[in-house]
Design a protein around this ligand. Structure first.
Ligand code: SF4
Length: 751
């Protein structure tokens, strides 16, 4: 694809033409002959667009947007091209076992017997925590649940993790510490009511295109709507911004506190709301209260924020004024730019703080709203309990009563579930390195590409003394390191539930048969459980039965998904929880009286943060701090990573779509013209980027989208010579354990 065409595509994302591609058109309807359409959900991002899947002669041939779903018939280019992800010649179609260093064809019996033998022997010989499961926010909920149950109740380990640890763990930490429970309180509908959008640490136009298009439509419909975008890079998201805050990397937490201070100093706080609904940071100091908060904020002045962030004070002040203005409804959105940081949880807390002190929360158009990267990170991993420290539906491993509830429903003896959390993602792969974990089952994800400081973990996975099983649909940078590769059925070749960013659960129907001998992950896990002697744990005939069990697990919890039955999922175009009964419409405004069924009808206030013991959300005192690795004399540049619109994650699927595979797949290093001049580099020249982990050469893209001292590389390129995670650092947020992908230090040289 030429640069010109790409520029058009990216620009289109900001002006809505691209996102409208999926709208059924006259020409499209004419081509409908002989196609059977079935509703479903896009396979890619956390927006979770509803689609119709068109099948002809047993083959998925077309996609169109679902007009009855939240996306109103729109899909982006990736969604439009979904059929291709099933049919590339690279598909894994039979099991593989590594013999003499090579993966060779095997039968399902050989492969699964070997996996069962290795895992059960390891548990016997080395203890239950010598095995682990690493799953995905892209697997269906029932699949992640089957693995969760097999590992916790069968092997009896809490070493159950998933790749949402790499992207959303800090958002989870933010929601839990501020509000008491995970998941946002708003929905996409808030977009249609907001007067001001505050988008920080999110290139929404490229990473969540259909959502961005909805924001653009809102602005077009009402010219009074204002958009503030805060990001160290100018991205396509900034094209429609009224105020663009191009802050210096890692200074955003200072800016967020400065906004709070501005609200305090300019009487933009909602004292009544604070009095009724807010508690102050229960950190180390016991005397934290409003006065202490005001004192904490005092150093965060706008003058100082301008100096620290490099943003003009006029822009900072104008942005704070728009955000805080009492008549405006403000919606904040963020994603990895805030989450993948040493202080990702704190960044989340600070955004929530802004809404809590101004009372801009729980009103249509006024909400905090984190954007999720994967289609089922929320429903399948966060809600279902697929991380090492949690159990289904908000339960915690460390709470005996929570373990007992789950054990009772599972019908296993008390004490089956271990009382200590297992290892989080990076600790899990570090334990593989030290051989404390000897066997790992990796499902539907590609840690051999996506982990930070990835050389280290690739070495651990490749070690002949570790046993690595990978279930996936295509060869990846992880399957090449595996001892056993299991060919998985792809999206649309199997049935299951996705839960997207806005608490919306949707059913993905099977519409075609799996390729070759590929099997659904759910069936593989049920089969494996039986071979390990744990067949009784999974008496399920289909994912429907597992879903029934999940509904029982959710009973009595604040998740309230009892009304989201399988029958309803088959019929409806997604249901948003809390939804306690089948006739309940779903809840758009969580925590709000008259909307959320958990709030008593006679509660004296409009909002109740019921997940906190005192019904109050917490305003935390979170200071600005340096990143885990700051530039210095030897490594003077900030290095950051992110997405482009054509690709998704490690490009396992988009890299196999013919229209997308050449588009922007090669990672370039974006350099500001001032730095390029100093290095004597022009666009297209090779630039050696060196961190303390590795040194790689990328073609240069000289652009003032960047800023002096900052370079950017996209994350999708799987070429070992340009895989950006060889450079990133594997430090993590001490609270959420989410790695700090967004910031490390590098040096540059012309190559
Ligand atoms: S925005 Fe996300 S969910 Fe929607 S069509 Fe595009 S990739 Fe799929």
């Amino acid at each position: 694809m030429s640069a010109t065409r790409r520029q058009f595509m990216v620009a289109s994302a900001a002006t809505s033409a691209l996102a409208a591609l999926g709208k059924p058109t006259k020409a499209f309807a004419a081509a409908d002959g002989g196609i059977k359409w079935t509703k479903g959900v896009c396979r890619y991002c956390g927006v979770g667009c509803g689609v119709y899947k068109g099948v002809r002669d047993g083959k998925l041939v077309a996609i169109k947007g679902d007009k009855e779903n939240h996306n109103d018939g729109y899909v982006c280019l990736k969604g439009f091209l979904l059929p291709q992800i099933l049919y590339h010649e690279d598909r894994l179609t039979h099991p593989l076992i590594k013999k003499n260093g090579k993966l060779v064809k095997a039968s399902w019996d050989e492969a699964l017997d070997l996996v069962a033998k290795k895992f059960t022997e390891s548990v016997k010989k080395n203890g239950k925590d010598s095995v682990a499961f690493y799953g995905s926010g892209q697997a269906y909920t029932e699949e992640s649940y089957a693995a969760n149950k097999l590992f916790r109740a069968g092997f009896r380990t809490n070493n159950v993790e998933g790749n949402p640890r790499l992207c959303m763990a800090s958002a989870v930490g933010g929601y839990v510490t501020t509000f008491g429970k995970d998941e946002p309180m708003g929905t996409y509908d808030d977009i249609d009511h907001a007067d001001v959008f505050f988008i920080i640490g999110s290139n929404t136009a490229e990473a969540h295109p259909v959502l961005f298009q909805r924001i653009a439509r809102r602005k077009k419909a009402d010219p009074n709507v204002k958009i503030i975008v805060a990001d160290p890079r100018m991205t396509p998201t900034g094209r429609i911004a009224d105020i663009y805050l191009k802050f210096k990397p890692n200074t955003d937490l200072f800016v967020l506190n400065a906004f709070a201070n501005y609200f305090v100093q300019n009487d933009l706080v909602d004292k009544e709301f604070i009095k009724n609904h807010v508690a102050f940071g229960k950190g180390k100091a016991a005397d934290q209260n409003w006065d202490a908060y005001v004192a904490f904020l005092a150093p965060y002045t706008m003058e100082k924020a301008a100096e620290v962030s490099g943003c003009p004070i006029e822009d900072l002040t104008a942005a704070a004024k728009l955000f805080g203005c009492k008549k405006n409804r403000t919606m904040s959105m963020w994603t990895m730019g805030i989450n993948q940081r040493l202080r990702g949880v704190w960044g989340n807390n600070l955004i929530h703080n802004l809404h809590l002190i101004t009372g801009k929360i729980g009103i249509p158009g006024s909400t905090t709203f984190s954007l999720t990267g994967q289609p089922n990170a929320c429903g399948g991993v966060r809600d279902q309990g697929g991380l090492c420290h949690i159990l289904p539906y908000g339960r915690l491993v460390k709470k005996p009563e929570h373990r007992a509830e789950v054990e009772k429903i599972w019908g296993v003896p008390p004490g089956t579930i271990g009382d200590k959390p297992g290892k989080h993602a990076l600790a899990m792969f570090q334990a593989l390195e030290t051989k404390d974990i000897k066997c790992i089952y990796i499902m539907c994800t590609n840690p051999g590409h996506s982990l930070p400081n990835v050389n280290r973990y690739r070495k651990a996975m490749a070690d002949p003394d570790t046993f690595v099983v990978v279930a996936d649909i295509y060869p990846t940078r992880t399957t090449e390191l595996a001892d056993v590769v299991l060919p998985a059925a792809a999206w649309s070749e199997k049935e299951g539930v996705f839960g997207c960013t806005e608490r919306r659960y949707q059913l993905e129907h099977q519409v075609v048969l799996p390729q070759g001998e590929a099997r659904a992950d759910f069936d593989i896990l049920v089969d494996l459980a039986a071979r390990c002697g744990y067949g009784k744990l999974m008496p399920w005939k289909s994912p429907d039965d597992a879903w029934e069990e999940l509904l029982r697990l959710a009973e009595g919890t604040m998740y309230q998904i009892g009304g989201i039955t399988r029958a309803r999922l088959r019929k409806d175009h997604g249901v948003i929880w809390p939804c306690p009964t089948e006739d309940h419409p779903g809840t758009k405004l969580r925590y709000v009286k008259g909307e959320d069924p958990w709030v008593p009808k006679d509660y004296p206030h409009r909002i109740m943060f019921y997940a906190k013991p005192d019904n109050r959300a917490v305003v935390w005192f979170r200071p600005w701090e340096n990143a885990a690795e700051m530039p210095d004399e030897e490594y003077p540049f900030f290095f950051t990573t992110g997405r482009v619109i054509e690709h998704w994650h490690t490009a396992t699927m988009t890299g196999r779509c013919k229209e997308l595979k050449h588009a922007k797949i090669t990672s370039e290093v974006e350099i500001h013209p001032d730095d390029a001049k100093k290095l004597g580099v022009r666009t297209g020249d090779g630039v050696r980027v060196t961190s303390r982990r590795d040194s790689l050469v990328f073609p240069a893209l000289v652009t003032d989208n960047s800023q002096p001292g900052l370079v950017f590389v996209h994350m999708h390129d799987a070429n070992l010579k340009r895989m950006c995670n060889k450079i990133t650092i594997d430090q993590f947020d001490p609270g959420s354990k989410e790695p700090t992908f967004k910031i490390c230090a590098v040096k540059l040289a012309k190559a």
